[in-house]
Design a protein around this ligand. Structure first.
Ligand SMILES: [Zn+2]
Length: 218
C-alpha cells in the first residue's frame, strides 16, 4: 500500500491540527521509511518475484523489524514518546502512535500472508487484496480521498504555496502510485531501497505545504 498511508497522514490532521503534515506523514509511513534503510543495511530482505501478487512483484520474505506487529507497536510507542517528550502533548502523542500502527493494519488488508506478529517463527498474516487489483485500488483511493477531505476541512491556504503546493503534493503521490502499478518489476533490491528513500521528499514537501496553510478554527 502506498497512497493509503499518506491518506491516514492527511486525515490525522483533523485529530491533531497542531501537528505538521510532515510529522503526520512520517508517522503514517514510518514503517516504509524504515524498511528501505533496513534493506540497505541487509537487516531485512525482499525478493522480486513477478506474479506473486497481481499488484506487486515483491515477496516480503523477511521484515520483522519494520513490519512485525510487536515491533510496529514498539515503533508507535517510540514515535509517540519522542513527540511527548518534545511537546508534552498527550493528544498529539496518541495520534502519532495510532498513525504508526495504522500502517500495519492497512498493509494487512493488501499483503499476502507475509506480515509477522513478532520476530522469529511467527505466523504470518495478510488478507491478500493485492490479488484483486480493482477492490485493492478502490479501497486505497477511498482512504486517500477521505484523508484529503479531512485535511481540506481543517486547513486553508495562506498563500499560493499553500494552495498549489498541496495539489502538487497530491498529484505527485498519485503519479507515484500509478507508476508503482504500471512500471515493470524493479531491477534489484538496491533499486527498491534507494527509490524508497525518495519518499522523504514527500515528507519535506508536506512540511512546506503545511507551513503555508493555516488551521480553521470553528
Ligand atoms: Zn508497509
Amino acid at each position: 500500500m502506498f497512497i493509503g498511508h499518506f491518506g491516514i497522514g492527511f486525515g490525522a490532521k483533523k485529530a491533531a491540527p497542531f501537528i505538521s503534515l510532515g510529522v503526520l506523514f512520517t508517522a503514517a509511513q514510518f514503517l516504509d521509511l524504515l524498511w528501505p534503510l533496513l534493506l540497505l543495511l541487509d537487516a531485512e530482505h525482499v525478493t522480486i518475484a513477478p506474479g506473486i501478487t497481481k499488484l506487486t512483484p515483491l515477496d516480503f520474505t523477511d521484515y520483522p523489524i519494520s513490519h512485525s506487529l510487536l515491533l510496529v507497536i514498539f515503533w508507535g510507542l517510540i514515535v509517540g514518546l519522542f513527540y511527548w517528550l518534545l511537546k508534552k502533548n498527550t493528544r498529539g502523542a496518541i495520534v502519532l502512535f495510532i498513525c504508526v500502527i495504522s500502517h500495519w493494519f492497512l498493509d494487512f488488508l493488501v499483503h499476502r500472508p507475509d506480515l509477522p506478529l513478532y520476530p522469529g517463527n511467527s505466523p504470518r498474516l495478510g488478507l491478500g487484496l493485492w490479488n484483486y487489483p480493482v477492490p485493492a485500488l478502490i479501497a486505497e483511493a477511498i482512504i486517500f480521498v477521505t484523508g484529503i477531505f479531512f485535511y481540506l476541512q481543517i486547513t486553508t491556504a495562506k498563500n499560493r504555496s499553500g494552495k498549489f503546493g498541496l495539489w502538487i503534493l497530491i498529484a505527485l503521490l498519485v503519479f507515484i502510485q500509478i507508476g508503482n502499478i504500471l512500471a515493470p518489476p524493479p531491477p534489484g533490491v538496491k533499486a527498491i531501497a534507494w527509490a524508497g528513500q525518495l519518499q522523504w521528499l514527500f515528507v519535506i514537501l508536506a512540511f512546506w505545504v503545511d507551513r503555508n496553510r493555516s488551521i480553521l478554527t470553528k
